[in-house]
Write a protein that binds this ligand. Structure first.
Ligand SMILES: [Zn+2]
Length: 149
């Protein structure tokens, strides 16, 4: 089921969470927010605007939790998130041929030195994906790996 752009919500920031959080951590954050924004928990004399904002927030928190609490939908969401991040915030700075990279047999990955002194690292399995874009482990530069045939 493809999600429409307009429906996109940043589930992790809605929950104040990180993509690396465990289900347990996500649940704790979700429960805290739900208590805060649940329509039943709003004080009677709260301004209408505020009540409306809290309701919107409550709906978002609930949506985010529905996606992230299920292993399958979370995995799907994480993939979408990664694809979006690749497109939006990681412009490609250089194209590198696979032959220019160093093979590290210990970690079964290819490495390439970044000009910042950091490294681009890509595992063997990741190379099988269609778009092989790798971010530096230190700075925000990224490279696109070309496979020579
Ligand atoms: Zn770098």
């Amino acid at each position: 089921m493809a999600k429409q752009e307009a429906d996109w919500i940043d589930c992790y920031s809605v929950l104040g969470a990180n993509p690396g959080d465990s289900l347990q951590e996500l649940k704790q954050k979700y429960q805290k927010l739900v208590l805060l924004y649940h329509p039943d928990k709003q004080s009677q004399d709260a301004a209408a605007v505020e009540a409306h904002q809290h309701l919107q927030k409550f709906i978002q928190v609930d949506q985010a939790w529905k996606i992230l609490s299920n292993e399958e939908t979370r995995r799907e969401y994480d993939l979408q998130l990664r694809a979006r991040e690749l497109k939006q915030s990681w412009p490609v700075d250089a194209q590198i041929s696979l032959e220019d990279m160093d093979w590290d047999s210990d970690t079964e990955s290819y490495t390439y030195g970044c000009r910042c002194g950091g490294e681009f690292v890509i595992g063997k399995e990741e190379l099988e994906e269609a778009e092989a874009i790798v971010c530096c482990d230190t700075c925000s530069l990224s490279i696109e790996i070309r496979r020579t045939t």
